[in-house]
Design a protein around this ligand. Structure first.
Ligand SMILES: Nc1ncnc2c1ncn2[C@@H]1O[C@H](COP(=O)(O)OP(=O)(O)OP(=O)(O)O)[C@@H](O)[C@H]1O
Ligand SMILES: [Mg+2]
Length: 371
């Protein structure tokens, strides 16, 4: 069986150890410290939190996913779902949870997908920031009986809700009053998270400690991947690992995706060299091709030139004379406008004035197709 996992939370034997980060997070979770976990997409933020929580005896993790959350009702519902999913004996607690939330007029229903009982708020319900306090009361109450940590994942999306400032302010006040439970805020839209936690004008400024999650250290990750390849009798020389990390730009999820493709298109006892790597990359292109084509189709000529320039020359100085010349763009201002559009389309992002592709394989595909 293919031993590589990507695009999902990994824990236990699927988790390549990150001792320093785990230790830092462990101390925070154990002492009820509130923390923000900041890092780029797919660097392993959620996995790190799950794995750390798993290693703390008796700690229950309530994981609320706030991705694309639209309203305060939605926040309340996702927190309620998270509380219920974290309970091992959910049927026996469901009534007490519904009772505790009676001010929100909840109903007990069966989840049509899983068949498990769940608590739903009426669609007409309009939860206010004050109403949300009932959900936090419930969390606090459970925290008295059980060691608890609460993960608010993709927290930056809460900013798009109408009345977000008041909501964020009330969450800040609430978590600060509540000392026993560690609240962990994670998010992958870096500039949005930075603004929420580092901007002096934000309610969360200095309210939490910030932990940065970078890529996995190559040497440790190589050993982790190597054990898997060896168990399947694939032979991977060091030079191929270097190429894998370069192609995937050290993103842990993309590294694992590439390794998974290598595994799928190689055989027992095969030596993994440049040809095998190319085959694996082609395999990824084949699965992603439709999506990639849809990404480039709406681009204008200048945006396309700019994208190709970034793929070829890297994103360090996309308005320099050399970049403009090699990309065939006349004015720096046009390059800037094209870049802004590529960022808005989430094809590339700006990291400390260096423009990078969200998906390193898309970059490789651009190079192969248009380079
Ligand atoms: N410690 C690790 N060991 C091995 N693989 C890892 C590790 N951390 C992350 N990965 C790889 O990255 C993938 C994504 O992990 P995870 O979902 O935790 O990242 P994330 O930063 O929360 O992503 P997102 O930005 O999408 O929320 C995993 O499926 C796995 O392939
Ligand atoms: Mg995540």
């Amino acid at each position: 069986m293919n031993p590589f996992r990507y695009g999902e939370v990994v824990t236990g034997k699927d988790f390549c150890d990150r001792p320093a980060l785990i230790e830092q997070l462990r101390q925070g979770l154990e002492s009820g410290r509130n923390m923000a976990i900041v890092g780029e997409r797919r660097t392993g933020k959620t996995s790190l939190i799950h794995e750390t929580a798993r290693r703390i005896r008796g700690l229950q993790l309530v994981h609320a996913q706030l991705w694309a959350v639209k309203s305060i009702d939605d926040v309340a519902q996702r927190l309620i779902d998270a509380i219920i999913s974290s309970e091992r004996r959910r049927s026996s607690v469901i009534e007490s949870i519904a009772r505790a939330l009676s001010s929100l007029r909840p109903r007990i229903e069966l989840d049509p997908h899983t068949g498990h009982p769940c608590v739903t708020l009426a669609p007409t319900q309009r939860v206010t920031p004050t109403g949300l306090q009932a959900v936090f009361d419930l969390i606090e109450d459970r925290g008295r009986r059980q060691r608890l940590a609460v993960l608010l994942d993709e927290f930056q999306d809460i900013r798009r809700i109408e009345g977000a400032d008041a909501l964020i302010g009330s969450i800040r006040d609430r978590i600060q009053r509540q000392r026993r439970i560690a609240f962990v805020f994670a998010g992958s839209i870096r500039h949005a998270m930075e603004q929420m936690f580092r901007d002096p004008g934000s309610p969360f400024f200095k309210a939490v400690s910030i932990i940065e999650v970078e890529s996995l250290e190559r040497k440790r990750f190589r050993a982790f991947l190597g054990r898997r390849f060896r168990a399947g009798q694939r032979r991977v020389p060091k030079s191929s690992y270097t190429r894998i990390f370069t192609l995937a730009e050290d993103n842990p999820s993309d590294v694992q995706q590439l390794c998974s493709a290598i595994w799928d298109c190689s055989e027992v006892n095969e030596m993994i060299g440049p040809d095998q790597l190319q085959r694996a990359l082609d395999r990824i292109f084949a699965t992603e091709r439709k999506g990639y084509e849809a990404l480039v189709r709406p681009l204008t000529d200048i945006q396309m030139r700019c994208l190709r320039g970034l793929a070829k020359l890297g994103g360090n100085q996309p308005q320099s004379k050399r970049f403009l010349e090699e990309s065939g763009i006349q004015l720096a201002a046009s390059a800037k406008r094209a870049l802004d559009r590529l960022i808005a389309l989430e094809l590339v992002y700006d990291r400390d004035t260096n423009y990078k592709f969200f998906d390193p394989f898309f970059r490789q595909w651009i190079l192969t197709r248009f380079g």
